[in-house]
Design a protein around this ligand. Structure first.
Ligand code: HEC
Ligand code: HEC
Length: 341
């Protein structure tokens, strides 16, 4: 029920989005020569003050272009699966001990943003930086699922499973395994090997892997919450990281999804989906998307993937991402909108 309502509510605001699109297009034209429109910056959105939003995207070429690959030559960004996000009332519960009047979830923040934008853009901009509480599962969905799948198993041999390396970090599991094999349990060995496994995972987030991009933009508390969820995926006995929640804003959600998912295939800046560009097989840049597409168009493209006509051309197509909610996609889309000077 709630979901149907959300779809309706986002659809009902499309008129607003259409209005924004034309205003925005004018600004882009005006600013083009100065190169200031939609220029991504290195500033973390979460640190930016109100009215100083940057595009929540990584810089430069897409992850796969950086590796010299095309969409059809890799599984990266295409392993997320066809399952929609489970309708789970626990997904965004009120943070324990949190402000009862505070925002419960992203949906309510986006709805408030949309209903405030027309009358008071400045107030609306601030709403995008208000915090709600997100889970390690959310962080995994936004940043990891498109390559490692809903179950963490990836697409071997190209994309290794996360499960083994995460199991390697668990002292409890290591001890059980040694016992099961009839080995003498050596606490020092267990400590050393599990610490090493944990350090190597942390290093992977910080610096990326051979082909895996870096996730240096994850905050320390986000990494802990993500670990908590990875342990769940890997069936590791729960640790103190189990069920950790973190404060996130709509702006930050947009940043996670763009950097963790869209940037796998889309360059940060460059041409949009003009007809000639597309027939040459160019994937439109992230910066061009809010300029060239409506909110509903982007929600549809992300939830359903490339349209039938695009599939018939035989060029690269985009898979569906039904595991992102409309509000999450709206966050991706609206942040650059509200960043207008
Ligand atoms: C763009 C695709 C992509 C994304 C997104 C991605 N990874 Fe990976 N990951 C890879 C690839 C490719 C490998 C295989 C090793 C390599 O090339 O680095 C890998 C390997 C791994 C491994 C296994 C390493 C080993 O020793 O076998 C872990 C653990 C991992 N990723 C965790 C994560 C987590 C957690 C996230 C989300 C924060 C994530 N990855 C996001 C592509 C990705
Ligand atoms: C696996 C690669 C891949 C990923 C990841 C990806 N896209 Fe795409 N996207 C494409 C390709 C290829 C096209 C061009 C074909 C088309 O237009 O359907 C495209 C086109 C688009 C278009 C233009 C559609 C049109 O009608 O012109 C939009 C909007 C878009 N993507 C949004 C996104 C967003 C937002 C994300 C992140 C949630 C994302 N994409 C992630 C591959 C990807």
């Amino acid at each position: 029920m709630k979901r149907t309502f959300a779809i309706f509510a986002v659809a009902a605001t499309l008129a607003v989005a259409g209005l924004l699109a034309s205003v925005y297009a004018q600004n882009v034209t005006a600013n083009k020569e100065h190169g200031i429109a939609l220029r991504p910056t290195a500033t973390a959105v979460s640190e930016a003050t109100v009215r100083e939003y940057s595009i929540p995207s990584a810089k430069g070429p897409s992850c796969i272009k950086h590796l010299g690959l095309t969409v059809s030559q890799t599984r990266m960004g295409q392993v997320g699966g066809t399952g929609a996000l489970a309708a789970n009332p626990q997904v965004n519960p009120q943070p324990p001990g949190g402000d009862p009047a505070g925002p419960a979830n992203l949906n309510s923040l986006i709805q408030r943003f949309l209903s405030t934008f027309r009358s008071s853009p400045e107030k609306a901009g601030a709403i995008l930086n208000e915090n709600f509480s997100a889970s390690g599962a959310d962080l995994y969905r936004w940043n990891c699922q498109s390559c490692h799948g809903p179950d963490g198993q990836g697409a071997p041999p190209e994309i290794n499973s996360v499960l083994g390396p995460v199991q390697g970090t668990s002292p409890v599991l290591s001890r059980r395994r040694m016992e099961a094999r009839g080995l003498d349990v050596d606490d020092d060995v267990i400590q050393q090997t599990t610490e090493l496994a944990e350090a190597s995972l942390r290093d992977r987030f910080q610096h990326g892997g051979k082909n895996m991009p870096s996730f240096e933009y994850l905050r320390a508390d986000e990494v802990e919450a993500l670990f908590g969820y990875l342990e769940k995926l890997a069936s590791v006995p729960p640790t103190k990281r189990d069920g950790l929640r973190v404060p996130e804003s709509a702006a930050r959600v947009g940043e996670h999804i763009v950097r963790g998912t869209c940037h796998v295939c889309h360059d940060a800046t460059g041409p949009g989906s003009g007809h000639s560009a597309m027939t040459q097989g160019t994937i439109p840049s992230l910066a061009s998307i809010p300029r060239d597409h409506s909110l509903s168009g982007v929600v549809h493209q992300v939830q359903y993937g490339s349209c039938a006509t695009m599939k018939m051309t035989g060029g690269d197509t985009m898979p569906a991402y039904p595991y992102f909610t409309e509000e999450e996609i709206a966050a991706v889309y609206l942040v650059p909108y509200s960043a207008r000077p």
